[in-house]
Ligand binder design. Sequence first.
Ligand code: ZN
Ligand code: ZN
Length: 256
Amino acid sequence: MIRVASLGSGSRGNATVIECGATRLLIDCGFNLKTIEARAAEAAFDLSSLTAILVTHEHSDHIGGVSKLARRYKLPIYTTVGTWHAKPQTEVPQLNFLCSHSPVQIEEVCVYPVAVPHDAREPVQFVFEYDGLRFGVLTDLGSISAHVAEVVSDLDGLLIEFNHCVERLRTGSYPASLKRRVGGEFGHLNNAQALDFVQQLDHQRLQLLVAGHISEQNNCSEVVAEMLAPLSSTIDRIQIASQRQGFDWLEIAHPA
Ligand SMILES: [Zn+2]
Ligand SMILES: [Zn+2]
């Protein structure tokens, strides 16, 4: 069984936990120490039970709280050289560099980094494999490259960004340069891109779908939920992650 939970999802901070057996990996920490500790306490999650922190890229909503958290709980960090050099953090307990195209075993879990098109130095997302189950985390990418489509496949569960609605972004209050960035090839997935990708996946196998990194300015979770409703006939569980609360533990397991 793989369990997954989030302490917040969106442009104001991300932190996702993947639990495989006794191995608990935190993907990103975009919250300061006080906030992440408060949220973990609220969710009855013990941060000292973490095995390691994986960092996807250097944007502050992903890396902002990483070094302090790593120091406080003596956690090793896994990230790419590019991410680290873009925003070097001081005095972390243990630093492990990931190659963006090679899997790495972290205790019980096989972690497949996935290079993604995003406006950062060497951004990756991840597929986690444990006990024959595969869970993908796919946020912060402007487009689905052939590489992403190839690696992020054969999934039992997926957390994917439904970042913005093209029309809301176009008519919204962002300055033109930011609209171009968010909507561009190296920005974020819009609802239609994310839905299209999900529709291509093998729904026989996919049991859990979580929509996350939803923009508070340029999207609306009700709209995303409505878009996803027709998929509930083929996918067991569909969830929406929120900026404030993320989502509570969800699991994927082999059919009984
Ligand atoms: Zn982000
Ligand atoms: Zn980003």
